[in-house]
Design a protein around this ligand. Structure first.
Ligand SMILES: NC(=O)c1ccc[n+]([C@@H]2O[C@H](COP(=O)([O-])OP(=O)(O)OC[C@H]3O[C@@H](n4cnc5c(N)ncnc54)[C@H](OP(=O)(O)O)[C@@H]3O)[C@@H](O)[C@H]2O)c1
Length: 270
């Protein structure tokens, strides 16, 4: 029975991953979420009767909660896990549309934004990987996948003048190095550490923009259009999850070990 662990399946892309993986009754899917009760209710309402889903509580900023989730996971899966999908992440709405220089006008707020992003998107995932590695070592697929972002690609930032969203981009860039370091250490054991960007996906972050944010968002959209003139706007979480899982299934050590790829499986981000 292939086993998957997904962080952050309470909503967004994580919930779509949970839906698609648990559709196959042969899979066992464990998810770690901050609010277990709310996630249980959502699953009962939207995915009724899926006996192969197990919801555990855990917060990436609380190592002990991740270790407790590990103990609970072992009770469900035994000593092995095939694929870990580190999907949970913080998307900062505060800094999404501003440059680092503009954000610098409020140094305290910028420090808080950077620190929180680093704690969740980087430190939390490092603890997550270290905690679950013993199970992954015994798994068949041996894949640890980070849902990351093309925003972490400095070539893209330079190519289209994408100065916005620095703190989030920096946290995802750091994850590129985290994956490279883990890959360097565990390549010989056949464990693949890889990042996948799901594309540009509507998960509600643009639902309540101020007129100024809307204008800035359109400017970012214009930059994306210069990069990909065929860009048709946001994907749905369902489409993004399907693309991500396709890339993950096909992933090999040679092509993906320690690397970030897009939902197309290459370095074309949108
Ligand atoms: N949407 C996009 O266009 C896009 C593009 C590139 C990459 N990504 C990446 O894809 C992943 C999912 O994105 P999304 O759009 O689905 O995001 P989202 O709708 O904002 O959902 C984020 C998920 O992460 C969880 N989370 C946040 N902080 C956490 C913490 N401290 N501990 C545990 N869980 C935490 C949230 O849980 P709660 O429900 O408890 O808040 C939620 O389940 C993220 O890593 C994001 O960076 C998204």
């Amino acid at each position: 029975m292939p086993s998957y662990l997904i962080t952050g399946a309470s909503r967004g892309i994580g919930f779509a991953l949970l839906d698609q993986l648990s559709e196959n009754a042969d899979n066992v899917v464990v998810t770690i979420v901050r609010n277990k009760a709310a996630t249980d209710s959502k699953i009962a309402a939207e995915l009724p009767g899926r006996k192969n889903i197990f919801v555990l509580q855990g917060d990436l900023t609380n190592v002990e909660s991740i270790q407790n989730a590990f103990t609970e996971t072992k009770k469900i899966l035994g000593d092995s896990l095939d694929v870990l999908i580190a999907n949970a992440g913080l998307i900062s709405d505060y800094s999404a549309f501003l440059s680092l220089n503009e954000l610098g006008k409020d140094p305290k707020a910028l420090t808080a934004d950077l620190t929180q992003l680093f704690q969740v998107n980087v430190v939390g995932n490092i603890h997550l990987f270290n905690t679950f590695l013993p199970l992954i070592k015994n798994g068949q697929a041996k894949k640890i996948v980070t849902i990351s972002s093309g925003m972490s690609d400095e070539k893209l930032a330079l190519e289209i003048g994408l100065f916005e969203g620095g703190p989030y981009s920096i946290s995802k860039s750091a994850m590129n190095m985290v994956n490279a370091k883990f890959q360097a250490e565990f390549k010989d054991e056949g464990i693949i550490f890889m990042g996948v960007c799901p594309g540009s996906v509507d998960t509600g972050h643009y639902d309540h923009l101020s007129p100024e944010e809307m204008q800035r968002n359109m400017a970012i959209g214009g930059k994306f259009m210069t990069y990909a003139p065929d860009f048709k706007g946001f994907a749905t979480p369902t489409d993004a999850a399907r693309d991500v899982l396709d890339v993950v299934q096909k992933a090999t050590m040679e092509a993906n070990g320690g690397q970030l790829v897009s939902h197309f499986g290459n370095k074309k981000w949108i």
